[in-house]
Design a binder for this molecule. Structure first.
Ligand SMILES: Nc1ncnc2c1ncn2[C@@H]1O[C@H](COP(=O)(O)OP(=O)(O)OP(=O)(O)O)[C@@H](O)[C@H]1O
Ligand SMILES: [Mg+2]
Length: 349
């Protein structure tokens, strides 16, 4: 595909790697162009300031194309329509908005996303994750901004710039490497785990469900001095005292424990950052009370089942997705088989 095959319209999104533009192929097919940032033609001013995309940023575009090509199409993954040979421009199916914006608009209008749509969106996200994980791909950046909603309300994952393909049983998390956006980052990564699995995506999917229910991000940690050790100046940096490279994000972790409950001492002791957990406050899990206050009787008024059942099923799904211990977390397939999705037992997958 050539850039000249595309007619580019207005900008509809900006990410950290690229800008996203309304476009059409010269055969009049509507699409979206995700263009490596900065682009000489589309962003002449930015281009003057930052003449060349960094190797890291360019690599994320190449990775995204490779993942689209390896996976092939899926109803809950944004359609990939091609890329230029230099991989600086990706052509994608057009969605109406992303989930972050949808939640924001509905909150401003005091019209929360209805239960049926919320179910549908979560089902789409988990179907896509099931497909990816079964094909050895971890997304590694599941968050509302990376979930697109099409005109018929279907949820489709996008932004595979951080995805990793060819997954063995366990990935080794490189210390100093930021995987996942902080507020959606799985507790094992926040606690300095060196290995992780596709379960990190499942945890983030739980954060997405919480976000839809609460209409605000629940665990908004900030990046700051992680451990108080004199040498551990940066985030994800080398701790001079312990002389190990670690990913340890105390502030985010505190927010996680305040909501999901502080894990028992054995779990904390098994983590690479265990020496910093000595005086950590104990918190009970507050998921149930959060569900009780958001999945209210009036919220369930159009549902076919009782509000009590809906609350029970919502809590069970959240608990399955957001278990602090990664091996306690359910797989995407197991989550889809939960009563929340009313598929009944033994549905084919
Ligand atoms: N196919 C699409 N249709 C409509 N909007 C889109 C589409 N693809 C992306 N967007 C919008 O553009 C935003 C940025 O896209 P994307 O996440 O792919 O870029 P990125 O540079 O990799 O982002 P970041 O690293 O900040 O997550 C999305 O959050 C979404 O709002
Ligand atoms: Mg994105």
């Amino acid at each position: 595909m050539f850039r000249s095959d595309l007619i580019v319209g207005r900008r509809i999104g900006v990410g950290s790697y690229g800008s996203v533009w309304e476009a059409a192929l010269d055969n009049n097919v509507e699409c979206v162009a995700k263009v490596l940032f900065p682009d000489r033609d589309l962003d002449p001013e930015q281009y003057k300031e930052k003449p060349a995309p960094s190797v890291h940023v360019a690599a994320s575009f190449k990775r995204e194309v490779a993942v689209f090509e390896a996976l092939g199409p899926h109803p809950n993954i944004i359609g990939f329509m091609g890329a230029t040979a230099d991989r600086t421009c990706l052509v994608l199916e057009e969605a109406t908005c992303d989930l972050h914006d949808l939640v924001k608009i509905r909150a401003q209008q005091s019209r929360p996303i209805r239960l049926a749509s919320l179910r549908n969106i979560m089902e789409g996200v988990l179907e896509a994750l099931h497909f990816m994980h079964s094909n050895g791909v971890v997304h590694r950046d599941i968050k509302p901004k990376n979930i697109l909603i099409t005109s018929d309300g279907t949820a489709k994952l996008c932004d595979f710039g951080m995805a990793k393909a060819g997954m063995p049983e366990l990935w080794r998390a490189k210390a100093r490497t930021e995987i996942q956006t902080l507020w959606f980052r799985a507790p094992e990564l926040l606690m300095g785990a060196e290995y992780y699995t596709s379960a990190i995506d499942i945890y983030s999917a739980g954060c997405v469900l919480l976000h839809m229910l609460c209409e605000r991000y629940q665990m908004q940690g900030v990046l700051k001095q992680p451990c108080g050790c004199s040498g551990g100046a940066g985030v994800s940096s080398q701790c001079a005292v312990h002389n190990v490279s670690i990913n340890f994000h105390a502030d985010q972790l505190k927010k996680v424990f305040q909501l999901l409950g502080t894990p028992n001492p054995e779990v904390l002791e098994s983590m690479p950052c265990s020496e910093w957990f000595l005086d950590w406050e104990e918190h009970p899990c507050k998921l149930q009370s959060l569900v009780n206050s958001t999945v209210t009787d009036s919220y369930c008024s159009l549902a076919l089942q009782s509000p009590e059942n809906t609350r029970m099923e919502t809590s069970a799904l959240l608990e399955g997705l957001m278990s602090i211990e990664h091996h306690g977390r359910c797989t995407a397939a197991a989550a889809l088989a939960l009563p929340f999705f009313a598929r009944g037992a033994g549905s084919p997958r």
